[in-house]
Ligand binder design. Structure first.
Ligand code: PLP
Length: 263
């Protein structure tokens, strides 16, 4: 009993179902892994944008962690939208207290439609309290720029930024280069804890249906880590998974619709 691979997503709810916690749970389920969740914030959202959001009381966030720790054997966890500095701090406090396995930290900041999912004033807390707990940090290009304070344009910049992020305490870094628009490739740079590195290059797919792609990638990674797949292999599986999903969008909503998770 209690030995089926179990994960935890600590994130914001997307009422539109394509990103956030819902994308995490759908993805983890598709990878044949069980997903538990700590809801940090609730968004009123669809494929057109984020209409409103509301962070949950801090005590209720901690209570969710306690409920899960009392029952489940969680083997890997991830974070998504964390709203503000107070919520980042309380999540970090709980992750230091409980052992939920390797942490994939997706430093979600701004939705594609432009809505803020993390207050600017939370960046310092994210850097100092959560980055040192991360087994894998998965920023996209703008997020890596905010965290390092550096512009990233060339391949050398990716390496410099990843090294800086590693010095801040995250063990393995994946900088997702999808926002680099002068390339026909979607290039992700991986810097491993042992100092080795990798480029993951896939052809760029022209589509607006990319809602929740970051969440889906990091959720897939979390599921694979819960199965104890080695990190390098787990990253390759997740990259292939998101590439197929982006190539197969679902026709729902009027805006940046979600990718097809079960392609
Ligand atoms: N909404 C929530 C609650 C999220 O956690 C995220 C990403 O983590 C998004 C929206 C992002 O959506 P998009 O992929 O459209 O930027």
């Amino acid at each position: 009993m209690n030995n089926f691979p179990q994960t935890l997503t600590i994130a914001g709810s997307d009422s539109g179902g394509g990103a956030g916690m819902q994308a995490d749970i759908k993805t983890i389920q598709e990878r044949h892994v069980f997903a538990t969740n700590v809801v940090v914030a609730i968004t009123a959202q669809n494929t057109i944008g984020v209409q409103d959001s509301f962070p949950l009381p801090l005590e209720l966030v901690t209570k969710q962690f306690e409920s899960l720790a009392a029952d489940f054997k969680i083997r890997a966890c991830k974070t998504g939208m964390l709203a503000d500095a107070e919520h980042v701090a309380v999540v970090a406090q709980n992750l230091r207290h409980f052992d939920f396995g390797p942490l994939t930290l997706d430093p979600v900041m701004i939705a594609k439609g432009g809505a803020s999912l993390l207050a600017d004033s939370a960046i310092d807390t994210l850097r100092s309290e959560l980055l040192p707990l991360a087994t894998v940090l998965t920023p996209n290009l703008p997020e890596a720029e905010v965290l390092t304070g550096q512009k990233i344009q060339t391949t050398a910049d990716f390496k410099i930024a990843a090294t800086q992020l590693q010095k801040m305490g995250a063990k393995n870094i994946i900088i997702k280069g999808g926002h680099l628009d002068n390339s026909d490739q979607a290039c992700d740079y991986v810097l491993y804890a042992d100092g080795s590195d990798d480029w993951l290059n896939t052809p760029r797919i022209a589509t607006v249906r990319t809602h929740g792609t970051g969440d889906t990638f990091s959720a897939c990674l979390t599921a694979e880590l819960a199965k104890q797949v080695p990190l390098k292999k787990a990253i390759q599986i997740s990259k292939a998974f998101i590439q197929v999903a982006i190539a197969n969008p679902i026709a729902v909503g009027h805006g940046h619709g979600p990718t097809n998770h079960w392609a």
